[in-house]
Design a protein around this ligand. Structure first.
Ligand code: HEM
Length: 433
């Protein structure tokens, strides 16, 4: 090991992985992103792959309980959070998953989990490569905006990253990586892990584009098609029953479902709940990423995310009551519900939202004497979803709740007012909150 290498590990890593970076940047995924021909499906699958990888990576770093390493995860927010938010924004387009991308990203995530048990040097190599994407993302943010019509906050948060503060952020990573050698990290190990991470990402990006033949892209349960039924459900009868109970509870809390979607809605509420129960075997970060995606799908089709939030809590309650010893697995559903709640309250804090709902209850004659109880919460949630980048979240609810063939003029005015109030509340929010 040379002295230069120990004192400037960052320079060493850059030199040693230069050829891998060049090879990656030359892949058709990147060149097509730059010339505007990369299909949305490839972009969304890249976000999914990174969500799988960053989920594993950030949990591994958090578990090490090293305050310096934790700061490497982000300035204000972690990049996993940005990915979750972006994924929710594309629910409207039912974009199938690319099997090869899924396989490689799951393999990379597993490798990260293994490394976290073996050595922090290995994680440091991954950190260099994964967080290094803030620099490439900065270059390609304009392409992402132009190609997919997204903004930094809505659908392009991962690429927008830390914006003007990117150099500051990368400066922090440089200090951290260079300082790690003095703290005992083995530069050879860090470098080998960085090469490995580049190779995984190469494999993933090669599989992302050109898109594979349709047979190798499938609607997995993550992209739940309301008309398709073949997705995973638990093989444990108790868990299936728990899912049915949770779906039932959710339908009772929101009669809107039965009123709008009838029997078909009931079947889908049940199969979605069963699918949610089947997620508990995944790591928590993956459960949250899948729920973030499903939330976008459902909300853009008229089922605001607050319902998924409640369904997850109800499901968790039933599962834990039946099998208390398995609560660690089931708690992953609660984590996903909390993530959804956090996203909702980020737009309108609980107290303000309760005020808008209370006004709607009065204006709507007690949500039409209980027949449509919960409608105010649904409307406010739809507005929060819309502000979070879910296109069509409000329009699809308003199409039904504002239909003059179905409702009185008074009700329709109340719905319109409720939407307007929630939107005003969001527009008055201080930027960045
Ligand atoms: C998944 C894909 C990518 C990964 C993993 C990646 C990784 C990295 C890493 C680790 C660095 C830090 C190099 C250093 O030590 O200073 C870096 C820098 C950089 N990357 Fe990428 N990158 C990716 C894609 C891209 C793309 C598509 C571009 C666009 C052409 C790009 C442009 C840059 C630039 C301009 C720098 C700064 C180089 C410098 O300061 O000398 N990257 N990238």
């Amino acid at each position: 090991m040379t002295t230069g290498m120990t004192s400037n590990l960052m320079e060493h890593l850059k030199r040693e992985t230069h050829h891998l970076h060049i090879a990656l940047v030359k892949l058709p995924f990147i060149t097509s992103l730059a010339d505007g021909s990369l299909p949305l499906a490839a972009y969304v699958n890249q976000l999914r792959a990174f969500a799988t990888i960053f989920g594993a990576f950030e949990s591994a770093i958090n578990e090490l309980n090293d305050p310096d390493l934790k700061t490497s995860l982000g300035l204000e927010e972690s990049r996993f959070n940005y990915l979750l938010r972006d994924l929710g924004c594309f629910g409207r387009e039912l974009i199938p998953e690319i099997a090869g991308v899924r396989r490689s990203s799951v393999a990379m995530a597993s490798r990260i989990r293994l490394l976290s048990l073996e050595s922090s040097g290995g994680l440091l190599g991954y950190l260099y490569v994964l967080q290094g994407t803030v620099l490439g993302n900065r270059v390609h943010l304009p392409d992402i905006r132009r190609n997919y019509g997204v903004t930094g906050a809505l659908g392009g948060a991962f690429y927008a990253g830390y914006g003007d503060r990117t150099d500051e952020y990368w400066g922090g990573i440089t200090l951290l990586v260079n300082g790690a050698v003095a703290a005992g990290a083995d530069p050879g190990e860090v470098t080998a892990a960085a090469r490995e991470a580049f190779n995984f990402l190469h494999e993933i990006h090669a599989a992302l584009y050109p898109l594979p033949p349709p047979g190798e892209m499938s609607f997995s349960a993550t992209s739940i098609n309301p008309e398709a039924g073949s997705h995973a459900i638990p093989d444990d009868g108790m868990e299936i029953r728990a899912a049915l109970m949770a779906a039932h509870t959710c339908r009772l809390s929101y009669p809107y479902f039965d009123a709008r979607y009838g029997e078909r809605g009931k079947r889908f509420a049940e199969s979605d709940a069963a699918w949610l129960a089947s997620l508990v075997h995944l790591p928590e970060s993956e459960v949250v990423a899948q729920v973030a995606w499903l939330g976008g799908v459902l909300s853009s089709r008229g089922m605001p995310r607050v319902t998924l939030e409640h369904q997850l809590t109800a499901l968790h309650g039933v599962l834990v009551a039946a099998r208390p010893h398995r609560h660690l697995e089931y708690d992953r559903l609660l984590a996903a519900s909390r993530w959804l709640k956090g996203e909702r309250l980020r737009q309108i804090p609980a107290q303000l939202s309760a005020g808008i709902v209370a006004e709607f209850v009065v204006a709507s004659q007690g949500e039409m004497d209980g027949l449509l109880q919960g409608m105010g919460r649904l409307i406010v949630s739809a507005v929060c979803d819309e502000a979070g980048g879910i296109t069509g979240a409000v329009t699809t609810v308003q199409q039904w709740a504002g239909d003059s063939g179905r409702f009185s003029a008074g009700w329709i005015v109340a719905v319109r007012e409720c939407i307007a109030q929630a939107r005003t509340m969001i527009s008055r929010r201080e930027p960045g909150i």
